[in-house]
Design a protein. Structure first.
Length: 495
């Protein structure tokens, strides 16, 4: 049960009022100080009320990143309504599922897409990348004041749909207490303050860009400078004006591919943070060698926000995600040295939307949430993620953790990155296979890779097949889609 800690929006409003005359949110052409942002949120809240949105209603949103989108998000929280951010890459059939499942009173989408959802039985409003559309027009029109609302800590603030890689997407119910506790913990852990400027290159439909980046900086009274999306050239152009940058591993590999990235470019940045997917040791080391910065890795998930973080001051170890944030407890299931990580704390979500059986199955009797990630915890409390429970390979009855093998492959000369998967095998049940992307201009083959691994791995862990590919399939947040790889090579050992 989430502990009552008050409304996230009330805490945010207090922070914005304290920064009333300072720039708090900006893009390349506009800037809002704290008072202007609060005024804008009130106008957006008034427009939502005029469209029929009330406390407890769901507002589903699939729109491009913009200052207006931030105001829509905050206005939804201001009313006590529930925000449903949807990946901009979702297609019509996927959106239909979310609308049927969540039953929002309002769906906000791009003006070009509105016609596809007119007959769905939900009110549709539009918002374009440059603040255009019917919802923006409603905001500009005169509207009665929005009624006062004071959310409680246990009130829902958002529903975040999981990626659905193991079935239909589940809606994780996130409370105001979840948002507030996690943002406060991150402000403390990363030393974020009013003088910080975050270069925000992440999407706003994912918890990384929305809750970790946006919420945390706004609550700390810092400045958020929005980029429409990540591109390495645009990021390097803007980094001199930033003190913080948050990204996924793909961002860092692409920055390293640009020769302009050097210590002078990042001289004003005090912290680089990485998450949403594992960062390879090679990228970690290469970034430090080029810039002098050791990237701070952290670990989280949709259901819990950020759980663990490497320290702001102290050693940051490649492959480790650090210790749990203040107020959060982690443990290994059944008390083993390596096993499924379980977590408890004010960051843990309230359950899955309209799925009580699934909710019960994912929580222990003492309230710990079962993450599904396999991890180890050393004597100093440092957590290392070994892999997903569903990704674990059982080769001839023996457990194999893909991350162990991936880390070794990624260190081999000429390897850009790798993904290790289990494939069906007539004798062993499952065997290890590796999918490898070479560095540009390098040639790799199975015998060479297996020979290089033989001195460090037991025989049952050695890849029985190595596939050389130009690219690994990824989702929008940079995670390798191993389910697609397993399906692609599923029949490799048949016959």
């Amino acid at each position: 049960m989430t502990v009552e800690t008050g409304s996230f929006y009330d805490a945010l409003r207090a922070a914005l009022e304290a920064r009333g005359d300072r720039t708090i949110l900006a893009d390349d052409s506009h800037a809002l100080h704290g008072a202007a942002l609060l005024d804008g949120v009130e106008r957006w809240a008034e427009a939502l009320v005029a469209l029929g949105v009330r406390a407890g209603d769901r507002v589903a949103v699939q729109a491009e990143k913009s200052i207006e989108l931030v105001q829509l998000y905050l206005a939804t929280l201001r009313l006590g309504a529930i925000y449903l951010p949807l990946n901009s890459g979702y297609r019509t059939a996927e959106i239909d599922y979310f609308l049927d499942d969540a039953e929002p009173v309002l769906f906000v989408c791009d003006p070009a897409d509105a016609g596809r959802f007119r007959d769905h039985g939900v009110l549709v409003a539009t918002l374009g990348a440059h603040g255009t559309g019917s919802l923006a027009e409603a905001v500009a029109a005169p509207n009665p004041p929005a009624p006062a609302h004071r959310a409680r800590g246990n009130d829902l603030a958002a529903i975040i749909y999981t990626s659905g890689t193991t079935g239909r997407s589940k809606g994780a119910m996130i409370t105001h207490a979840n948002l507030l506790s996690n943002a406060r913990a991150l402000v403390a852990a990363w030393g974020i303050g009013p003088e910080d400027v975050l270069l925000h290159a992440l999407p706003l439909f994912h918890i990384h860009g929305l809750f970790v980046a946006l919420n945390t900086l706004l609550l700390a009274g810092g400045t958020v400078r929005l980029m429409p999306g990540f591109d390495s050239a645009g990021t390097i152009d803007r980094l001199p004006g930033a003190s913080l940058f948050m990204g996924v591993p793909t961002y860092y590999t692409r920055l390293l591919a640009d020769p302009r990235l050097d210590q002078d470019t990042v001289a004003g940045v005090r912290l680089f943070v990485c998450g949403s997917a594992p960062l390879t040791a090679a990228t970690f080391d290469a970034f430090e060698a080029r810039t002098g910065h050791r990237i701070l890795e952290r670990y989280g998930m949709s259901e819990c926000g950020i759980i663990c973080s490497n320290p702001l001051a102290g050693p940051r170890l490649a492959g480790a995600v650090g210790r749990p944030l203040d107020g959060i407890t982690v443990r290994i299931a059944a008390g083993g040295e390596v096993g499924v990580l379980e977590v408890a704390g004010p960051n843990v979500f309230a359950g899955y939307w309209r799925q009580p059986e699934k909710t019960r199955a994912e929580f222990r009797d003492d309230g710990f949430f079962v993450t599904g990630d396999i991890a180890s915890i050393d004597g100093d409390g440092v957590v290392r993620i070994v892999g997903r429970d569903k990704d674990m390979i059982i080769a001839g009855g023996l457990n194999v953790y893909p991350v162990e093998i991936e880390r070794l492959i990624d260190l081999l000369p000429g390897v850009g990155e790798s993904a290790v998967i289990g494939l069906p095998h007539p004798d062993f049940g499952e065997v290890v296979a590796a999918v490898v992307r070479p560095e540009p201009g390098c040639t790799l083959d199975q015998p060479g890779i297996v020979a290089a691994l033989r001195t460090d791995l037991a025989g049952f862990k050695l890849p029985k097949a190595v596939f050389i590919v130009d690219e690994l399939p990824r989702n929008t947040m940079g995670k390798v889609q191993k389910a697609l790889l397993r399906a692609r090579y599923a029949t490799w050992f048949e016959g």
